[in-house]
Design a protein around this ligand. Sequence first.
Ligand SMILES: CC[C@H](C(=O)O)C(=O)SCCNC(=O)CCNC(=O)[C@H](O)C(C)(C)COP(=O)(O)OP(=O)(O)OC[C@H]1O[C@@H](n2cnc3c(N)ncnc32)[C@H](O)[C@@H]1OP(=O)(O)O
Length: 256
Amino acid sequence: MNNLVKVENSKIEQTTILTLNRPEKRNAISIELINQLKVIIEKLHQDDETKLVIITGEGSAFCAGGDLNDFHGEIDQEKAHELLSQMQEVLWQITTLPMPTIAWMNGLARGGGMELASACDFRYVHESGNYGFTQGKLGISTGWGGGTLLYERIHSQEAYYWLVSADIRSAQVLKSIGFAQATFSTHQLELEHDLIKPFISRSLTQLKHWKSQWLQNQDLQKLKTKMDAEVEACSHMWVSDEHKEAVSNFFKRNKK
Ligand SMILES: CC[C@H](C(=O)O)C(=O)SCCNC(=O)CCNC(=O)[C@H](O)C(C)(C)COP(=O)(O)OP(=O)(O)OC[C@H]1O[C@@H](n2cnc3c(N)ncnc32)[C@H](O)[C@@H]1OP(=O)(O)O
């Protein structure tokens, strides 16, 4: 199976870059990609030399969310719960990594792609991209725990409205509401970038200490419980006619 997630380890900067590698599908997250990402993140939990993890996308998109071929409308509630739980566990493992994590959002993101970004500690967005928690327009809600994580990243009223509206927003709006820490215009991810320099300039000990402090400041048990409840709720919405119709319409539009 080809590398659906490219892993680049920069020894000098003690940084690992993970690149979602399905550009022909706008880096949509398939079940196989989840399986590969799970193994990579598990290894990073045991990695004593990496001080920063950056997640980005190959090509013009960051991530188009769950692969609608795998996460389609014809699966039942139980199967939906099983599939959604697999990526929720990966998002949980990303959230609790012992080093700082950055979502380098190199272009558009939709649905689960925004959930993946919400699992990272920091988010930087390409100024030309557009971004949305679009699950609401598919008859469902966030299903990987990313809605719970969104409430940790921005004002709760803003998070609530974004999930309801499911609107697609510009990089500038994401920065204004605090979802993104900054916007960037470059197309090539360079570790020398001014936005990454503050992390690279710090030691492994410093960065792991600050991440540990951050995690200790969270009620992780309550967070996990809320993420579990989110998966359960989404799995029940999964079998709705609205969801089935929305997925079918997507493939009709894309001539499937
Ligand atoms: C819990 C997570 C949640 C869930 O799993 O329930 C989700 O994430 S649901 C999925 C949410 N994502 C979407 O609804 C996005 C759907 N895609 C689009 O709206 C567009 O493709 C967009 C805006 C991402 C990109 O548009 P653009 O015009 O640049 O490209 P195309 O539409 O022509 O797409 C190119 C190519 O990629 C395939 N594609 C794109 N998104 C997905 C996807 N989510 N799942 C599967 N495949 C996807 C698209 O079918 C095209 O493939 P091709 O073989 O060339 O027709």
